[in-house]
Design a protein around this ligand. Sequence first.
Ligand code: A3P
Length: 318
Amino acid sequence: MKMILLRLYHVKKVGVFIPAFLMILYLEGDSGGNQVILEKPPEKNVTYPVWLAADSGTERRLPSCIIIGVRKGGTRALLEMLSLHPQIKAAPQEVHFFDNNTNYGLGYSWYLNQFPPLAPGQISIEKSPSYFVTKSVPERIRAMDPNIKLILIVRDPVTRLVSDFTQITYNRKEKGLPIREFDEAMLRSDGSLLLDNYGVATGLYADHIQNWYTHFPREQIFLANGDRLIRAPWQELNKIETFLNLNHSITKNDFYFNATRGFHCMIVKGVRKCLSKSKGRPHVTVKTDTVAKLREFYKPHNYRFYSLVGKDFGWPEE
Ligand code: A3P
């Protein structure tokens, strides 16, 4: 095993295009004499590839669960809050393995290396919000592990859109770039909606989830409610612990309400911790008329989503 580990660090090229369920890594010399990792479809009951971390008795494993989106749905809050569970270890950054061809081209060995070492009994988890809307991702995740658990956290698509626009506005301001009013960016001069910009399509949840349901059974995708995560995070987390087959460990006592931020923040090993300032910022101003138009637009899509997932989120319609 140690020999293989050493050699993995010297891999120049990683093949990932051979469909694999759970994979076995094996090394083979390519024509130029470089080491190439191929992935071959494994026999039944093959365990995940594991790298032993030096001396500590820990190991890295591919994730048991991925938060697939949605962007601005509360993905960071969910990941950080799940990390309160002693059995959950999160990848610190958004990994973007399955939706970024360059990263994907680096292969599972690269992906594995993005996760922290695990103690026995722990699982790893990552979040990359754009997975949800990227057509090729479900198939790629399924090829890695058809049994993986997936979480999608959603909120009212209009609030999501305003949140997204707010983030873009802050980012542009920081870079000294010109910014636009939300209403100006969303409406044509005749007052009709401009639907092909600023992430409107991200909120067409029904379209995206249909793609996922062609690759994964429904029970493998947990639908988390982003509004409930804000109001009473411990309740939503309790359901996710059940979904992940983990002990119930996260409770109301792991949180306190921070009135300045207007959100529940965490108490991590006795230390109070809120998310970064970029989460939960005041939103840009939006005219009520524009909101009404957007709600009208999303209404049929939301109904289709409720029907597909079998859950009515009750998002505002006016
Ligand atoms: P806003 O910044 O628009 O309020 P993501 O991490 O997917 O980008 O989602 C960001 C959203 O997470 C925030 O959107 C905020 O509403 C939500 N959120 C949920 N719980 C939060 C918490 N405890 N602290 C801060 N933001 C939280």
